[in-house]
Ligand binder design. Structure first.
Ligand code: SF4
Ligand code: SF4
Length: 221
């Protein structure tokens, strides 16, 4: 999931100082789980804006805010409320905000959240980064634990010399990624596999932005 946190409200107010009326778009997926764009947060932001003398013409928690066509379809039922708003506020990740930019070419669109990382909710409302979307996954070689993301140095072939008592030199509050990989491979009886595998220097061209992908099958002529 994409982990988001709310932007500073005063900064948001500064962004939208020239506008009086707003339509709010949340997202039922990641932003809801992060507490940044679900039903409650949409209501709370509407109240906070009204307290500042702004008008909120309506709001929606889109099923998947980053799905442009799906969101467009959902918004049809809110046509009047959307049309009467001067400005759109998007309470999801940056991709959701840019869905709204595609849908509302003639209206200003602002994000209410910062998009932080791709991660897991490991405990209630605790989120940990798990994948840097490198485009060439090596989890098959590391017992399913990503050293690129969970080792602050992104080391590919074992721990650095700073590892101490299984903890990370850079962030002692976290376990060393390579100790976790070792322990897991040991548990799976795959230490031989780990010893034999050398992970090549990564070709970061697979992570070059902007990336695009089409999974449409080519139609035969
Ligand atoms: S190796 Fe790359 S794709 Fe796989 S989890 Fe790590 S960053 Fe993500
Ligand atoms: S101690 Fe482990 S996790 Fe921390 S930087 Fe070194 S190898 Fe990476």
């Amino acid at each position: 999931m994409i982990i988001t946190k709310k932007r500073d409200f005063q900064e948001l107010l500064d962004n939208i100082r020239d506008y009086k009326s707003f339509f709010l778009i949340g997202c039922s997926e990641c932003a809801s789980l992060c507490g940044t764009g679900g039903e409650n947060e949409v209501k709370e932001l509407a109240e906070a804006l009204r307290a500042e003398g702004k008008e909120v013409t309506g709001g929606i928690v889109a099923k998947t805010g980053c799905q442009v066509l799906g969101t467009k379809k959902e918004l049809k039922a809110y046509k009047d409320a959307v049309n009467s708003a001067e400005c759109i506020l998007v309470m999801s990740c940056g991709a959701g905000t840019q869905s709204a930019v595609e849908l509302f070419g003639d209206k200003p669109v602002y994000p209410t959240n910062d998009s932080l990382f791709l991660g897991n909710m490991t405990r209630f409302q605790v989120f940990d980064e798990r994948c840097s979307m490198c485009g060439d996954c090596i989890l098959d070689k590391t017992g399913g634990i990503c050293p690129i993301t969970t080792c602050p140095k992104g080391l590919l072939n074992g721990p650095c010399g700073g590892m101490k008592d299984g903890r990370c030199e850079v962030s002692p509050d976290i376990p060393c990624a390579w100790v976790r990989i070792y322990e897991r491979m040991k548990k799976l009886d795959k230490l031989d596999e780990l010893a034999e595998s050398v992970i090549e220097v990564k070709d970061w061209s697979t992570a070059q932005s902007p990336r695009a992908l089409s999974t449409r099958e080519k139609k035969e002529k």
